[in-house]
Design a protein around this ligand. Sequence first.
Ligand SMILES: Nc1nc2c(ncn2[C@@H]2O[C@H](COP(=O)(O)OP(=O)(O)OP(=O)(O)O)[C@@H](O)[C@H]2O)c(=O)[nH]1
Ligand SMILES: [Mg+2]
Length: 343
Amino acid sequence: MEIGILGLPQSGKSTLFEIMTGIKSREMHGEQFVRGIAPVPDRRFDRLVEIYQPAKITPAKVPFVDVNASGEKAWNAVRQNMGSADGFIHIIDGFTTGHVGEIAEQYRKLTDDLILADLIMVENRMERIRKVPRKSMKPLETLQLELMPKIHGHLEQGRVIRELQFTEDEWKSLRSFSFWTIRPELIVVNVGEDHLRDFDAVGEEIPAGSPVVVISCQVESEIMGLSEAEQREFLSSLDIAEPAYQKIIRQSFLLLGCMSYFTVGEDEVKAWVVPEGVKAPQAAGVIHKDFERGFIKAEVVGYEDFMNCGGSMVQAKAAGKIRLEGKEYVVQDGDIISFRFNV
Ligand SMILES: Nc1nc2c(ncn2[C@@H]2O[C@H](COP(=O)(O)OP(=O)(O)OP(=O)(O)O)[C@@H](O)[C@H]2O)c(=O)[nH]1
Ligand SMILES: [Mg+2]
């Protein structure tokens, strides 16, 4: 699973990538794309680390990809390297203009390119399916034959595929295409320092239905060199509670449909990444396949319950807050879990 960083040339893609992952892709000459991993900021995780003071800490992580090519080569590089991205950050240059209308226009420009790329994919597919004799059509192809004109018409109106509603079967039939505008996106507006607070309206100006985060990459990359305390002081002088890049990482994590549960102890506090709606045995399987195969029970306490019991397992147990859950339990974000299994 990974998030691709998309944006027009010189919009701040590599600057954002560096802030989030610490990797300077601009210095990696000759590499068309660069992968980096960002830890997901999570206050709950930090609190658990304070409580357990473990030897090892492992936060949840999100992988990002930055394309390192310009001009004509850029779009080819994007096509080659982002076909498998599960979602995108679409970053927009808001620092050379202070005008919200122009920002919306820039958003439109790249989105139109992506819509066009999707249109071509749909047209190719339609042409191919139409050559298949009706009788020998597989159910998947029949479904695609029905769907493609609908998607085509929608794209032709300059609209993105993710706005459309699909049934589960329809989703399955579309999965193999990696359409650009079907995958979720997070819009990031990269503004100049003076405009940090003027852009609350930007979300309304970009009627995309996608989440929007405003950041000044310049400011945030400058404060990376400061100590944590200095960073906090600087941000509070600008009336900012948290650096925006942290919000961007968290939103990217949500974009992937992920959540985390925790395992805790003096040896390690770890956030495990699972898809939303996962059941206990599959969640255990992320730790080890044997945990899933030999799953017996999950001992679960919700993060809030745990903290309300003074951050103590003994107290949580005494208060009856530790539940024994079975195979059908749907894991909740922030659950603290210990699995019982038999191998
Ligand atoms: N003033 C200002 N300049 C910025 C900001 N973010 C990035 N820049 C500058 O814009 C230029 C491009 O930044 P990059 O992060 O390399 O942009 P990019 O989208 O990766 O560029 P390409 O990969 O060449 O398409 C650099 O000179 C940055 O210093 C910002 O928030 N404010
Ligand atoms: Mg770049």
